[in-house]
Write a protein of this length. Structure first.
Ligand SMILES: [Zn+2]
Length: 65
């Protein structure tokens, strides 16, 4: 099990369980929400830094590539 841990204020910490069907990103061009599955996520982590990665939705990917 993986989870996201974040400090929301001094000493207040939250943990959110991470399920592979609950990973989302947002298209940097149109703002559309995109669901990422674990295989796609593995590809992203393998090739580049997760935090700086932009994943375009199908429509915008056509224009970008
Ligand atoms: Zn888009």
């Amino acid at each position: 099990m993986f989870y996201i841990k974040t400090n929301i204020s001094n000493g207040v910490e939250i943990k959110i369980d991470l399920f592979e069907d609950e990973i989302y990103t947002q298209c940097p061009k149109c703002g559309k929400e995109i669901q990422i599955n674990s295989e796609e996520l593995a590809d992203i982590i393998k090739d580049q830094c997760l935090a700086s990665t932009n994943v375009y939705c199908k429509d915008c990917a056509k224009e970008v590539i």
